[in-house]
Design a binder for this molecule. Structure first.
Ligand code: C5P
Length: 221
C-alpha cells in the first residue's frame, strides 16, 4: 500500500485517539478518526428523529454526510454543513447511538470509500475498530491498542472528574463493558485484532510509552 498507512484499532478508552493524533503529528501524516464518522451519522439521525435501526435511512445519511475535518489546536475539528459539531459528537449519548448505527452493514459500506479516500500522500494514521481488518487490510503497520476494562473506566472517570462532571465509576465500567460487547460481538466488522497486528496492552503504560512503542514499530518497518 502506497502511501504509508498506519492503522490503530482498539476498544473505547484504550487511548488510541490521543496516541493516533500524536503519531500523525510526529510523523507529519494525515489522521482519520473513523469513530467520528459513525458519531456524525448518529448525530444527524438523532436530530432528524431517524430510528437507529432504520438501515436504509441511516445508509442514506452516511452516503450524503456533508462533512469536513479542519485542522485545529487539539487535533481536528468536525464540521457538518459548516457547523462545528466537534463537541456535539463527543456526547456519551451520541457515542452510544454511534455504536448502534455502526452495527449496520449498509452504513459501514456507505462510509468505506470516504474512509479510504483519506489514504493520500504523505500518509495516514487511521484510528478505529476495523481499520486493519476491513478498511485498510493491506496497511504495512497495524496496531491493536487495548487496556483492561477497569483501567479504561478509571481513565474515563478521571477525565470526567477533571471536567467537573459527577460520575459513578461502577456505572462507567458497566457502560464500557456493554460497548465492548456490542463492538466485539456484532456480525459486521467486529472489533478484533488483524492477524498481522501488533497488540499493545496499555494498562500499565503511560501515553508517552505507548507513543514510543508505536514509533519504534513504525521505524522497524
Ligand atoms: O471511537 P469512537 O468511540 O469515537 O467510536 C464510536 C463508535 O463507532 C464505536 O463504539 C464503534 O461502535 C463505532 N466504530 C466502528 N468502527 C470504527 C470506528 C468506530 O464501528 N472504525
Amino acid at each position: 500500500l502506497n502511501p504509508l498507512v498506519i492503522t490503530i484499532d482498539g476498544p473505547s478508552g484504550s487511548g488510541k485517539g490521543t496516541v493516533s493524533q500524536r503519531i500523525a503529528q510526529t510523523l507529519g501524516l494525515r489522521l482519520l478518526d473513523s469513530g467520528a464518522l459513525y458519531r456524525l451519522v448518529a448525530l444527524v439521525a438523532t436530530r432528524a428523529d431517524v430510528a437507529l435501526d432504520d438501515a436504509s435511512a441511516l445508509a442514506a445519511i452516511a452516503l450524503n454526510l456533508d462533512i469536513s475535518f479542519l485542522p485545529a489546536e487539539s487535533g481536528v475539528k468536525a464540521q457538518l454543513a459548516g457547523e462545528d459539531v466537534s463537541l456535539a459528537i463527543r456526547a456519551e449519548s451520541i457515542g452510544l447511538a454511534a455504536s448502534k448505527v455502526a452495527a449496520i452493514q449498509s452504513v459501514r459500506d456507505a462510509l468505506l470509500a470516504r474512509q479510504r479516500a483519506f489514504a493520500v500522500e504523505p500518509g495516514l494514521v487511521a484510528d478505529g475498530r476495523d481499520m486493519g481488518t476491513a478498511v485498510f487490510p493491506a496497511a504495512p503497520v497495524k496496531i491493536y491498542l487495548t487496556a483492561s476494562a477497569e483501567e479504561r473506566a478509571n481513565r474515563r472517570y478521571n477525565q470526567l472528574k477533571a471536567k467537573g462532571e459527577s460520575v459513578s465509576l461502577p456505572r462507567l465500567l458497566e457502560d464500557i463493558q456493554a460497548r465492548d460487547a456490542r463492538d466485539m460481538n456484532r456480525q459486521v466488522s467486529p472489533l478484533k485484532p488483524a492477524e498481522d497486528a501488533v497488540i499493545i496492552d496499555s494498562s500499565q503504560m503511560g501515553i508517552d510509552e505507548v507513543q514510543d512503542a508505536i514509533l519504534a514499530i513504525v521505524d522497524k518497518r
